[in-house]
Write a protein that binds this ligand. Sequence first.
Ligand code: AMP
Ligand code: ZN
Length: 489
Amino acid sequence: MENQLYIQNSLTRKKELFIPISAPNVGMYVCGPTVYSDVHLGNVRTFLSFDVVFRYLKFIGYKVRYVRNITDVGHLVGDGDEGEDKIARKAKLDNIEPMEVVQKYTNGFRGVMRLFNIQDPSIEPSATGHIMEQIEMIEEIIKNGFAYESNGSVYFDVKKYNSTHDYGTLSGRNIEDLISNTRELDGQSEKRDSLDFALWKRADPHHLMRWNSPWSIGFPGWHLECSVMSTKYLGETFDIHGGGMDLKFPHHECEIAQNIGAGGKSPVNYWIHGNMLTVNGRKMAKSEGNGFTPEELVTGNHKLLEKGYSPMTVRFFMLQSHYGSTLDFSNEALQAAEKGYKKLVNALKTVTSLHPSDENEVNAEELQAKCYAAMNDDFNTPILIAHLFEGVKIINSVYDGSAKIDDKNLTLLNKVMNLFSHEVLGFVKETSNANGHVLEGLMELVIDLRKQSREEKNWGVSDKIRDQLAQLNIKINDSKEGSTWNHEE
Ligand code: AMP
Ligand code: ZN
């Protein structure tokens, strides 16, 4: 493949040339959502980052099998080994079946992915669909001496594992620091050591989600499902594993230990970690109360939002920063993204109406090379967007007659701008009124026309607009800053 793609590998902490195990096939696994609540915009950022990775790998010719799981059991409140299952807790709160919780939020998650034009993975396996395979992996790990049973639960023996392998390679933590940072066991604990983590937990009598196993009626530990489902569908060692930075430790560290403990092989060649979406410098999270849902974002109905923003504006806002950097949410940044995105969309329309001339002052091949180079450098979307804006500038200069372009360069310019905008960055036309965008646009126009008629002191027209809108229950509110509108049902 002529494209030399470099990836920042979290495992080696180096930018490395991407060499798949069996090109043109690429296997990629990304940790999916725990489906017990609405997805917030922070979650969207992570799935969007990997959507662009998926798209670009396909764009440069790879055949990608993309596995993204649904966590529907085993993820406990507090992310540790004790406490209620997040899904079972929600089921009790709402007085419904755990699987109703799972279905509801899985549907919601898929809807949000569609809203942001995030492509479906090739396989979307669930933890509860792979209980047998998880039991088999635990049996392997016990057989290899890296896990033990205690009171019907099974724990991974971290110190034993660390005596022959390296626990902490991914997160860069060493076992001595980990030991000094964990609490002493209280003597009641089933664990031999506080660093050990659960592979299987015996269910208390009131625990809702339970399965039979050789050790007890119980449920699998949270980290196990990803070890099982990634290798089941992608092989013992596969190319890429992704997830948010917050999953590096302990989740991904435990995944590596489990896979090596069971099969002896390190599971992943390239680990990629996406960075967090923050609000005023703090990670967006449900528990922080600073996470708004995509629906609130589109309608603007949240205390942090000055107005609503379209899904493609948000996509543009997020891709303007590199997946490895934190991204802080702000209304100013989103409003700037809204303007920028409109400029790009307009240029994509304009380029189709340009006429070639015999002379040429544009080098579209060079622009194309720069776009590839940006993406080949660890999926650098902000640099790609900067190059697309060079394209926007060229398009506008040809349009106003200040630059000339010949047929060959115009064809290539059109192709580069469209392919990188749509196929790689995943922007789609927002023509549907499903989220009120058409209505928004029309109202902008109407308010503008009314403003113009008022400036011309054409009171007849401006009053007519106001009165007819009132009949549709649309109220215009005038203030010094301008006019806004709202619709009362
Ligand atoms: P969860 O459903 O909590 O397991 O999270 C699903 C995914 O969203 C994981 O890959 C998390 O790393 C990611 N995630 C959670 N919060 C944020 C955030 N504020 N910014 C970016 N990604 C996040
Ligand atoms: Zn996972």
